[in-house]
Design a binder for this molecule. Structure first.
Ligand SMILES: NC(=O)NCCC[C@H](N)C(=O)O
Length: 397
């Protein structure tokens, strides 16, 4: 049966896909971390402990935790899945003809579990021994033949569950492009998801899950900035409106900076009418309401995000809880993903423990804050929302 998906950010979370960081995190070095979108070199064992604390908290709240690596391994039991992923992974022009043929055979022979590890941790030039080619000779020892995917940790970005549908996204940064090949593969071949109606896709205009917020039944917001393009937003809005998955999509321009790479780095929902938001970004935050009228999309002129969102949701006001207590604390805690909370039910949210002042404000406003450590995980610039892809949520009606 197709998973029910989600129609809000705050409905009771029933099932979520996460990725426990593994060997791919151990590939980061001071020379490649910028390109691989990490701001430091994480201590892998501690990152795993932090992630285990996250998933333990979710399970304690009756959330079913699905590990991406397990789903991928199960998916690779299918010959069709194995053939297609090996083909796609080796089509990189960096390899050349001889090495491509060698890797195709070598990967094709691997057991699902080992293949899943190779697909996520990548392969370095000095890790292949059965082939000597011009390419292997001229590449440096540490050059990757298959790139590692350390950002798989952020399962939010590579797919988005909507009511009864899943959108496989189109990631903007070269270091992340291959992630959607794996999520797309899982949704095509894994028995739990096979047949789920699909939207969007990796070959379409850029759209990242961190930019998609399901504000409430019928209303979605899409951040447009460093990652999601105006064209990606347009394509997504068109698909969800025409499929009746929403009546209004808000296009929300955000600054094209690393600190605000996704809409969920500046605001997340804590209740049906409450968000935690970075005040510096909130002041000028505007939204274009997109609706359908006949065959065309209708785009209203931009107005305050908070006003447009409240109107679309049919509520009197979208309440704001601001990050931090003063501008400097707010800037520090926004950078450390203080705004990137994961609601697991209305007014119950997981947050990094380090953002003490923001968390204190949430508690003052009656939010049940479940804290988790994130000193190592945070070096990838993502918090609890980024690290979770809700597959099933139940909204109160
Ligand atoms: N939704 C999110 O904000 N995801 C965080 C992604 C962090 C990752 N290092 C990236 O730069 O894409």
């Amino acid at each position: 049966m197709t998973p029910r998906g989600a129609d809000s950010e705050t409905g009771r979370l029933e099932a979520v896909i996460v990725h426990r960081p593994g060997a791919e995190l151990g590939r980061l070095t001071p020379r490649n971390n910028d390109q691989l979108l990490f701001d430091a070199i994480p201590w892998v064992a501690r990152a795993q402990e932090e992630h285990d604390a996250f998933t333990d908290a979710l399970r304690r709240h009756d959330v079913e935790v699905l590990y991406l690596l397990d789903l991928l391994t199960e998916t690779l039991a299918s010959d069709d899945a194995r053939t297609s992923v090996v083909e796609e992974t080796t089509e990189n022009l960096r390899l050349g003809v001889g090495l491509r043929a060698y890797l195709r055979d070598a990967l094709g022979d691997l057991e699902p579990e080992r293949l899943a590890t190779v697909l996520t941790a990548g392969v370095r030039n000095d890790e292949v021994s059965g082939v000597a080619s011009i390419v292997t000779s001229l590449l440096a020892h540490e050059d990757f033949l298959i790139d590692p995917l350390p950002n798989l940790l952020f399962t939010r970005d590579s797919s988005v569950w909507l009511p009864g549908h899943v959108a496989v996204t189109s990631l903007a940064m070269p270091a992340r492009v291959r992630e959607t090949r794996l999520t797309g593969l899982i949704y095509t071949h894994h028995p739990r998801f096979a047949g789920a109606p699909r939207l969007h896709g990796p070959h379409l205009e850029h759209l990242e899950g961190g930019d998609v917020l399901l504000l409430g039944p019928g209303v979605m917001a899409v951040g447009v900035g460093e990652r999601t393009t105006p064209a990606g937003c347009e394509r997504f809005a068109d698909q969800v409106l025409r499929n009746g998955l929403a009546h209004t999509v808000l296009a929300v321009p955000i600054a094209q900076d690393r600190a605000t790479m996704h809409l969920d780095t500046i605001l997340t929902m804590l209740d049906v009418d409450t968000v935690v938001v970075y005040p510096h970004a909130a002041e000028g935050l505007r939204a274009y309401a997109i609706t359908t009228g006949g065959d065309d999309l209708h785009v209203a002129p931009p107005r305050s995000f908070f006003d447009v969102a409240a109107e679309a949701l049919g509520i009197e006001k979208l309440h704001r809880i601001d990050t931090g207590l003063d501008p400097v604390t707010a800037e520090r805690e926004q950078w450390d993903d203080g705004n990137n909370t994961l609601a697991i039910a209305p007014r119950v949210a997981v947050a990094y423990e380090r953002n003490e002042q923001t968390n204190a404000r949430l508690i003052d406003h009656g939010i049940d804050v479940i804290t988790m450590p994130g000193s190592e995980l945070g070096s990838g610039r993502g918090g609890p929302r980024c690290m979770s892809c809700p597959v099933e949520r139940v909204s109160e009606s």
